[in-house]
Design a protein around this ligand. Structure first.
Ligand SMILES: Nc1ncnc2c1ncn2[C@@H]1O[C@H](COP(=O)(O)OP(=O)(O)OP(=O)(O)O)[C@@H](O)[C@H]1O
Ligand SMILES: O=P(O)(O)OC[C@H]1O[C@H](OP(=O)(O)OP(=O)(O)O)[C@H](O)[C@@H]1O
Length: 210
């Protein structure tokens, strides 16, 4: 009997899409799991254990081996830069990371950029040769240019509704975001057959959906 596979699942936006992808891959996650407040869910019939984590913490659990594998947005992977394997693009929870500003934005002498992703933003502006001060915020990022905290922001855009309702414009796309399957480096070797078989099943489910 193979060992239990510990899977760090992100709570929130990605969870339902990820759980449905597992179901499409022939792994029947009980629907009760979608609603539960429990944080560790044993799934003995699948030989798995789900750890329901805050999305930004998923790469940390996986890097330290508290989870063997995990599901996380490319945005978080780029920001956290953890030592994990990225195994598969799941194609779910699609959006993009962009530079956003007011329509009349002009480059000033002192430029400030607000974001939840300070590492991503700093690297981007460094590569562009632009000197900016990066200010870390934790949410409602679109507020910053509206009330004069920053000139521009780096944030996620999906439908564009938030930008539209706040009179902001997307100036440059930095990269596309989808959710990824990641693995702990040691687990990938020790539980290779299990992880590989899961990857194959997920890949088939992704291909069937396109
Ligand atoms: N419109 C979107 N806005 C933000 N994230 C999105 C969007 N669409 C898909 N995503 C993906 O979902 C992830 C965010 O999920 P969620 O909003 O549940 O987490 P969170 O930002 O940590 O939430 P919170 O801090 O509010 O609990 C992102 O990392 C990204 O990969
Ligand atoms: O293009 P849209 O479809 O409007 O989606 C993008 C918005 O969604 C996210 O915010 P979220 O709802 O996670 O709230 P937060 O800003 O408090 O993190 C993101 O930070 C944008 O504000």
């Amino acid at each position: 009997m193979a060992e239990t596979l510990k899977v760090a699942m992100p709570k929130g936006r990605i969870y339902k899409k990820a759980a449905n992808l597992f179901r499409a891959a022939g792994l029947p996650i009980p629907t009760e799991v979608d609603e539960t407040r429990k944080l560790v869910i044993e799934l003995p019939e699948l030989n798995m254990e789900f750890i329901l984590a805050k999305p930004v913490d998923v790469p940390t659990y996986v890097e330290y081996g508290a989870a063997d594998i995990g599901i996380v947005g490319k945005d978080v992977l780029m920001e956290e830069n953890r030592d994990v394997y990225e195994l598969l693009d799941l194609g779910i929870a699609k959006c993009r990371m962009s530079v956003i500003g007011l329509p009349n934005w002009q480059p000033g002498i002192q430029q400030r950029v607000a974001t939840k992703y300070p590492n991503v933003a700093s690297q981007y502006f460094r590569e562009q040769g632009q000197q900016v001060e990066v200010i870390k915020l934790n949410g409602s990022i679109e507020l910053a240019p509206l009330i004069g905290l920053a000139d521009r922001i780096v944030d996620m855009v999906e439908t564009g509704q938030t930008l539209k309702e706040n009179g902001l414009v997307e100036m440059n796309e930095i990269f596309e975001i989808t959710s990824r399957l990641i693995a702990n480096r040691v687990s990938y070797r020790m539980k290779n057959a299990q992880i590989q078989s899961l990857c194959d099943r997920l890949q088939q489910a992704i291909a069937a959906e396109v």
